[in-house]
Ligand binder design. Structure first.
Ligand SMILES: [Zn+2]
Length: 302
């Protein structure tokens, strides 16, 4: 039996947002802008570049307006941001964000602890954001966290993930990104979860977002590819951490994903060498080790 892989994969680079928001130290706007520009130079077509949440919750993202104002845009590249409410959406609109994203959880306890409301309440709060976005022809992406496990509840039923995915999709999210926030999913559980979700939302409207906390991210992406999912969220240099597991690694590194896809002859449009330069730049700026194994191996040969 042969397995069919997508010919092309769309990488959603989340390092400048999901990655950097988990960094403790203050990061200059100029560093964030330089990172985004180096990523697009490497051929990255989609960069989640900021977040318009309340700066009290996520101080690291307080300067998102400045990032969007200062960056030099490349034609054809999508610069996106997280907008949890109408206020955030208005801020995003004022700096010409191309796309916005909203986020819900598959775990009731996580939703309560993280955004102080039930899953159903959180979803209804996004209605005005989606309405405003549609009025301005701005596409909305939906994120679901805890799709393969929750720091409070442990296992999460695949039915719960499928239900939230179907709701976000029905509300108007053109794509739903399935996030393994704590990185506990592995090939078996992720395969079963994806089957359930794909029965509710077609694979071409889904993306996967794996954190590499347990070292399972690439394997899980490989499983997702086999199910026809062709949009992958990743973070250059593996930026980010996990607030629920101290010292744990963050998002799967974009360099590692691109290396794997190159080996499968799956096109991404990304130049791995230039991507490694972008990852090196931000790792040096933050004074941290590059978390990408591929980057570390290839740098040692330079
Ligand atoms: Zn994430």
């Amino acid at each position: 039996m042969s397995i069919f892989y997508p010919k092309q994969v769309h990488i959603v680079e989340v390092g400048p947002r999901d990655g950097l928001q988990n960094e403790k130290q203050a990061i200059d706007t100029s560093i964030k802008v330089a990172l985004i520009e180096k990523l697009t130079e490497a051929g990255v077509q989609y960069v989640e570049s900021g977040s318009f949440v309340n700066p009290k919750w996520v101080p690291q993202m307080a300067g998102s307006e400045a990032v969007f104002t200062e960056l030099t845009r490349v034609k054809g590249v999508t610069y996106a941001a997280l907008t949890p409410n109408l206020q955030g959406f208005e801020r995003a609109l004022s700096v010409h964000v191309d796309e916005v994203a909203i986020f819900a959880a598959a775990s009731e306890t996580f939703s309560q602890k993280n955004i102080n409301c039930s899953i159903a309440e959180s979803i209804s709060r996004f209605e005005p954001v989606i309405a405003a976005a549609s009025e301005h022809n701005i596409p909305v992406r939906g994120y679901i966290s805890c799709v393969a496990g929750c720091p409070y509840e442990g296992d999460i039923a695949s039915e719960a993930v499928a239900k939230v995915a179907a709701q976000l999709s029905a509300m108007g999210c053109y794509e739903v990104s399935l996030g393994d926030t704590i990185g506990t999913g592995s090939a078996g559980s992720v395969s079963a979860m994806l089957d359930k979700v794909i029965s509710a939302v077609p694979a071409d409207k889904l993306a996967v977002h794996f954190h590499d906390t347990y070292g399972q991210a690439l394997t899980n992406i490989f499983v997702a590819l086999q199910k026809g999912i062709s949009v992958i969220d990743s973070s250059v240099a593996g930026l980010g951490g996990c607030p629920y597991a101290k010292g744990a690694s963050g998002n799967v590194a974009t360099e590692d994903v691109v290396y794997m896809l190159n080996g499968l002859n799956i096109h991404t449009g990304i130049n791995l060498d230039k991507l490694i330069d972008a990852g090196n730049f931000i790792s040096a700026a933050l004074g941290r080790d590059n978390q990408s194994k591929v980057a570390r191996a290839l740098i040692s040969k330079r």
